[in-house]
Design a protein around this ligand. Structure first.
Ligand code: HEM
Ligand SMILES: *[C@@H]1O[C@H](CO)[C@@H](O)[C@H](O)[C@H]1NC(C)=O
Ligand SMILES: *[C@@H]1O[C@H](CO)[C@@H](O)[C@H](O)[C@H]1NC(C)=O
Ligand SMILES: *[C@@H]1O[C@H](CO)[C@@H](O)[C@H](O)[C@H]1NC(C)=O
Ligand SMILES: *[C@@H]1O[C@H](CO)[C@@H](O)[C@H](O)[C@H]1NC(C)=O
Ligand SMILES: *[C@@H]1O[C@H](CO)[C@@H](O)[C@H](O)[C@H]1NC(C)=O
Ligand SMILES: *[C@@H]1O[C@H](CO)[C@@H](O)[C@H](O)[C@H]1NC(C)=O
Length: 374
């Protein structure tokens, strides 16, 4: 009751001070783009600001097990629930491994992708923080898994913000240039069946997955004059082909040998739903397996990072090494660009989250960056 009154008073005060456009600012929305005065105005409205958190511990049992179980039933989206461009996270939210609202924390994501899909702890931590430092709220420690829907008239952009991590040539979503970069797109999904029927004998084996990846890249090169495919998107786009082979296949073996059926592909990509009786893979899919599998796919696809300079004019960026260390450096720089003038509290939180991000690199020996000083 007290907090509500306080919130009402601050909302009134904020509108008096010219911040009425920030009334009902969602607690999960990124604070990027706000002036110091605006940050102070919105943080006065927040009910809770736990700030940066430690990484959750790794799960201990990484054996295969039934994950579409009675404790995690599929439930259709309720009004206001948020889903985004990642079929893995969408599925985890629709089964309650992640808060079904789609509003979550990096820690909840890290635990959920291990539990539900057996993504390796260190890689999951690295991936979650790659997105959180750019798209999350450093003071409330909240983020959303996605879409550009609105709640109380406010954009909840989150993980679908184009260029921060989300990018072009997605397998089942359109390019931002064409208007919608997060909803399922049947035309894009078609490339799965084209590839499966051409080289996979009707299923998505490694050859079909590589052909599917190439078709989607070529489509963007041919139609999107602003096609952008440098790190992080290049590495993400290639790794995501590895993800679905390694983690969307029922009871997948440790060597990722079994193909994905088109029916199961649709279940994840379109319906955000585990197939009935779905067992997560055997053993974690983490570093260094992610790296070696991604390199194999890059070599088979035969593309390097680059950008379109007008349609059908793909220019390779020879300075982009497409490594995970470089991805980390780019995301740190992006974060510094998004927050050029943070309030002292926000600066402290960002600095701490960047240290956590670096720690998540674990065994990878990357240079550490301190855009806000040590
Ligand atoms: C730390 C956890 C994760 C984060 C932060 C994350 C984030 C994202 C984002 C932002 C995208 C959109 C990229 C784009 O298409 O522009 C994406 C795509 C994708 N993710 Fe995730 N993801 C995570 C875990 C997973 C897991 C566990 C799986 C599989 C089990 C997965 C499978 C995929 C696939 C297949 C795509 C490509 C979708 C498409 O191109 O249509 N992700 N992810
Ligand atoms: C895994 O086991 C260790 C040691 O027994 C324990 O400290 C840790 O909390 C366990 N992790 C989880 C997620 O239960
Ligand atoms: C999910 O988030 C909502 C809104 O933030 C919260 O009320 C609810 O308790 C959360 N659910 C779980 C299972 O944590
Ligand atoms: C996403 O939100 C932004 C800002 O509200 C808006 O300009 C843009 O058109 C939206 N995109 C889509 C695909 O809805
Ligand atoms: C993609 O485009 C390249 C360059 O034009 C071409 O060599 C390759 O065969 C194309 N791949 C597919 C699957 O269309
Ligand atoms: C899963 O795969 C393992 C090893 O390939 C096999 O022994 C087991 O019977 C399979 N379980 C199910 C439920 O298919
Ligand atoms: C990151 O920023 C630093 C300092 O401004 C700069 O030297 C470096 O080239 C940038 N790296 C990338 C990958 O943008």
């Amino acid at each position: 009751m007290k907090i509500q009154n306080l919130a009402t008073i601050t909302t009134l005060l904020s509108s008096v001070l010219g911040f009425s456009h920030l009334a009902n600012f969602p607690e999960h929305r990124s604070l990027a783009g706000l002036s110091p005065g605006e940050v102070r105005a919105v943080t006065r409205q927040f009910n809770s600001m736990p700030g940066p958190q430690h990484l959750p511990p790794p799960i201990n049992d990484t054996s295969s097990k039934l994950v579409n179980d009675a404790a995690h039933p599929f439930m259709p989206d309720q009004p206001g629930d948020i889903r985004g461009p990642c079929p893995g996270l969408n599925t985890l939210a629709s089964h309650g491994y992640i808060n079904r609202t789609g509003v979550t924390t990096p820690g909840e994501i890290i635990t959920a992708v291990q539990e539900g899909f057996n993504m390796g702890w260190q890689f999951a931590s690295f991936l979650a923080y790659s997105v959180f430092v750019a798209d999350g709220n450093h003071l409330t420690n909240l983020m959303t898994i996605g879409a550009n829907t609105t709640i109380n008239g406010q954009s909840t952009a989150g993980m679908n913000i184009h260029g921060n991590f989300e990018g072009d040539a997605s397998l089942t979503r359109g390019d931002a240039f064409f208007g919608d970069n997060f909803n399922f797109n049947e035309k894009s999904f078609d490339a799965f069946s084209v590839a499966a029927n051409k080289v996979g004998g009707g299923v998505v084996n490694l050859d079909a997955a590589v052909l599917n990846r190439a078709i989607r890249i070529n489509d963007s090169i041919a139609r999107n004059p602003e096609f952008s495919f440098g790190t992080p998107r290049f590495l993400g786009g290639m790794a995501e082909t590895a993800y679905f082979l390694a983690m969307f296949v029922n009871n997948q073996t440790a060597d990722n040998a079994k193909p994905l059926t088109l029916k199961d592909a649709r279940s994840f990509f379109e319906f955000h739903r585990f197939p009935d009786g779905f067992y997560r893979r055997h053993g974690p899919f983490g570093f260094p397996l992610v790296d070696s599998f991604t390199r194999q796919i890059i070599a088979m696809v035969g593309r390097q990072p680059g950008n379109n300079n007008g349609v059908n004019n793909y220019v390779v960026d020879t300075k982009d090494p497409a490594t995970f260390c470089y991805l980390y450096q780019k995301q740190v720089n992006l974060t510094a660009t998004l927050y050029p003038n943070p309030t002292p509290e926000l600066k402290t939180a960002i600095k701490q989250n960047l240290v956590t991000y670096y720690d998540a690199l674990g065994d990878l020996t990357c240079q550490e960056y301190f855009p806000y000083g040590r």
